[in-house]
Design a protein around this ligand. Sequence first.
Ligand SMILES: Nc1nc2c(ncn2[C@@H]2O[C@H](COP(=O)(O)OP(=O)(O)OP(=O)(O)O)[C@@H](O)[C@H]2O)c(=O)[nH]1
Ligand SMILES: [Mg+2]
Length: 430
Amino acid sequence: MFVDRAKITIRSGKGGNGCVSFRREPFVPEGGPDGGDGGKGGDVIFVADGNMRTLMDFRYKRKFEAESGQDGMKKKRFGKNGKDLIIKVPVGTLVLDEETGHLMKDLLHDGDSFVAAKGGKGGKGNVNFKNSVRQAPNFAEAGGVAKERNVILEMKLIADVGLVGFPNVGKSTLLSISTKANPKIANYHFTTITPNLGVVEIFDNGFIMADIAGIIEGASEGAGLGHFFLKHIERTKLLIHVVDVSGSEGRDPIEDFDKINAELEKYNPKLLKKPQIVAANKIDLTDEESETYLRFKEYVEKKGYKVFPISAPINVGVHELLAEAAGMLQSLEDDSEDDMQYELFDFEADAVDPDYRTIRAYKDGNVFVLEGKQLDKIFNSTNFNDMGSIRYLYKYIEKNGAIDQLLEMGLEEGDTIRINDYEMEYVDEF
Ligand SMILES: Nc1nc2c(ncn2[C@@H]2O[C@H](COP(=O)(O)OP(=O)(O)OP(=O)(O)O)[C@@H](O)[C@H]2O)c(=O)[nH]1
Ligand SMILES: [Mg+2]
């Protein structure tokens, strides 16, 4: 089975906390602060790996977490940075943010990489907070929080060759005879409802062939099933257009041929510009000298396509067809890159949060509550056993106008202010 979508949870490492420590030396009565900085948390990084073919691995492991930074230590020693977590994905994987559905990155080339969750910054040790007034800072900065998000990995099938054609013309039969793939084959329309992939092993380099659902008239506007899968063949380098030349269903092969090409062009004009080889299938039900076949051959060749009469189930003519495909692939440049139709989401903009500094104030019963993102960060860095540290928090709140807001809401001396789960009594003069 071919998996082309997976949902996973990633989490970067938390930054290590800054250390609170003071130099202790014999005969030095009051050593200065010497708490070192915490290490940075590890990033979660996606890397495209040319050796991976599927997203199968992600069905079994769904949680990925980078290492946290080590806390700072005394004697100004830095905590170690957390190790980045590298997640390998197949080339051609799209990484989408689950919450917004935005495309974060399209990993198109072998080795492409991107940071999907940045590790938290290391907190500064108390040695950094010493100044002329504050000789003995009894607090340090907490490490930056870890970032967790759900991402969807999506992979467009990257096949070298795409099989297109009306339903029931023998596309899956051709795939099954050319590769180890085992698609369902049956004598009715839309036997194939999900794409199948197979590796054609011919000469030295194999190539990947994809079989999609049959295409019918109107597919580009959504008729039938084929349109769901046309996107899968956008990135193929070459198309094999399978036509039932026996007219076994009462249709004319030339009309079939034109209709499919018209649908491809309507869906995306680039599809019709791709090199195309014509597989004239079910030749066993007619013959190479028949008028219908000769008429078809002449028509198609005049348009510049090569035609190969084949009978897929009995493996007649298939080798010649595949050899032509392999030869053409070798002479083709990879034109898949300019096929991008996605709007790129500016992932970095996500980090610039206009709301970061805002403090929200409201009343919960008798308690005055304050909430804010930067407030959270400073709050987490506060050492509540140390007056200097609490004062720093208080000054921040005051400077941001939150106290004024609370006073307007009726805050009086002795009232309770709550930040996260910490409650403190309001005193007018700190
Ligand atoms: N006589 C004959 N029958 C064939 C040939 N190729 C395929 N068939 C038969 O045609 C029917 C349809 O074959 P499939 O390979 O399922 O066709 P498909 O194009 O994948 O069909 P959908 O998935 O429905 O679009 C099956 O019954 C096959 O056995 C052929 O060359 N000669
Ligand atoms: Mg099929």
